[in-house]
Ligand binder design. Structure first.
Ligand code: TYD
Ligand code: MG
Length: 454
């Protein structure tokens, strides 16, 4: 039994248990339960004899809704993911792996915003002021009127923020913040929850926009994580493959805008540069397209993006052939291989299969099925696809190719980049397509055409 007032809190999902155990009953994670002292929230629903109730002032649904004002930071890709600028008084959580570039991105955001007259503060709990300033100088942002501080004590931060009326405050990171009202260690769920709660309340009360940085754990959740996600108005993930300079800002939750927006950046010597035309970046346009390559016309957020799927099918040297996939789902690859085998007679049983999405982008759309299948068949037959052809379509288990969303935008983007043909589901869209459609009805027919090079 725990000590009086002590409970065991899972550091991964925030579940509370009265007894310690090796595995969390809430999320199944191992060794995540940590003893924390439970402090009763002050005045929590204790029945009071002379408490007076006031009743609720209900309002109609049809009453006018004021559109929230937006602070345009001037970092376009960031503003777009926010839904057209940062809403005053909102709280945003920015999650990402350590070292992906969260501090760099937010320094650019506040520097740009400050230059536009928005009063900004950057509070770092991880780095000294000199380090933050040094980074800003390297990025050529030293002249921006941003107020810096290095602090982890929540009480001091709250005092300072109540005195100075900032418009935008960065807290880097929420895991380093520490409230003396709780005995739990910094970085524990209790502390993270308490610190986030206080900061979000301050945001709402004073109309300050607060951006909290959160490190992501191995499992992909933001540490101290789900407990913070529901408190804030928006959750953004900053992602990037190691070894690639590209970084993607993705909206996971947004009370003030669409969640499927992405912002694309390239990490360079002078910080993050915005990438306005991601298709040109992810696409290897130089030279002939090799056998095994297929250009997928995808949709990321609201934007069409063209990326190259690269496949290599090679004789296997071992009893169990290898399947390796980067940037796509391995379960999806297994399905496409099975359909190719069962419906098109294309066997991979004695072959190693490698599939790679060029440029470090992660694709999760079902529309990519046909691009993967085309790349695989192209490699297996050693037959290159037509140079000016893009591919998209969902494959069903029966071997049919199914229509996907936003076919028009996909075709338009491909046409803009000089593609003249599309291997795509055969469904008539409204109006005439901007390019020649190679109708793909059944996968087997499509694979035969790739084999014949027609
Ligand atoms: P950082 O913003 O500190 O990451 P995070 O806050 O997410 O932990 O970025 C760290 C990485 O970015 C580091 O490996 C160096 C690299 N970097 C550049 O390549 N160019 C730059 O101009 C800056 C500032 C950082
Ligand atoms: Mg950092």
């Amino acid at each position: 039994m725990a000590r009086d007032g002590a409970v065991y809190v899972c550091q991964s999902c925030g579940a509370v248990q009265t007894k310690w155990s090796g595995q969390c009953a809430g999320c199944g994670a191992w060794n995540t339960l940590v003893e924390e002292l439970q402090s009763r929230p002050p005045g929590a629903l204790a029945p009071s004899r002379n408490a007076r109730t006031r009743g609720l002032a209900f309002q109609g649904l049809e009453d006018a809704v004021p559109t929230p004002a937006r602070m345009i930071t001037g970092v376009d890709e960031f503003d777009r993911v926010c839904g057209g600028g940062v809403v005053p008084g909102s709280a945003i959580l920015l999650g990402g792996d350590p070292g992906v570039g969260k501090s760099t991105l937010l320094m650019q955001v506040v520097a740009s915003a400050a230059r536009r007259g928005i009063s900004c503060a950057y509070i770092s709990g991880e780095e000294a002021v000199e380090q933050v300033r040094g980074r800003a100088q390297r990025m050529g942002l030293a002249d921006a009127p941003v107020k810096l501080a290095a602090e982890t004590a929540l009480r001091d931060i709250m005092e300072a923020l109540k005195k100075e009326p900032f418009d935008l405050v960065i807290i880097d990171s929420i895991q380093t913040m520490w409230s003396d009202a709780h005995e739990a260690a910094p970085g524990s769920v209790t502390q993270v929850r308490a610190a986030a709660g206080e900061l979000v309340r301050l945001a709402k009360k004073r109309g300050v926009a607060v951006i909290l940085v959160g490190h992501v754990t191995k499992e992909g959740a933001i540490a101290g994580p789900r407990v913070v996600e529901h408190m804030v108005d928006a959750v953004f993930a900053f992602e990037g493959e190691r070894g690639y300079p590209f970084r993607i800002l993705r909206g996971a939750k947004n009370r003030f805008g669409a969640t499927d927006e992405i912002g694309v950046y390239e990490m360079g010597d002078a910080g993050l540069a915005e990438v306005k035309n991601p298709s040109a970046l992810f696409l290897n346009t130089a030279g002939e397209r090799a056998a095994g390559a297929a250009v997928f016309a995808g949709i990321e957020g609201s934007r069409p993006v063209l990326v190259e799927f690269q496949a290599l099918v090679a004789p296997s040297a071992y009893g169990t052939p290898r399947r390796a996939v980067v940037g796509w789902d391995s379960g999806r690859l297994a399905m496409v291989l099975a359909v190719l085998e069962a419906r098109c007679g294309l066997g991979f049983g004695d072959k190693d299969v490698y599939l790679n999405v060029a440029g470090g982008l992660r694709i999760s759309e079902p529309a990519a099925d046909l691009a993967a299948a085309a790349a695989l068949a192209s490699s297996a037959f050693d037959q290159a696809l037509p140079q000016d052809c893009v591919v998209f379509g969902e494959i069903s288990l029966s071997g049919e190719i199914r229509p996907v969303s936003r076919m028009d935008s996909r075709l338009k983007e491909a046409a803009k980049l000089g593609f003249g043909r599309a291997l795509a589901p055969s469904v008539a869209e409204n109006g005439s397509p901007p390019m020649g459609l190679i109708a793909a009805g059944r996968l087997a027919d499509t694979i035969r055409r790739i084999h014949d090079g027609s």
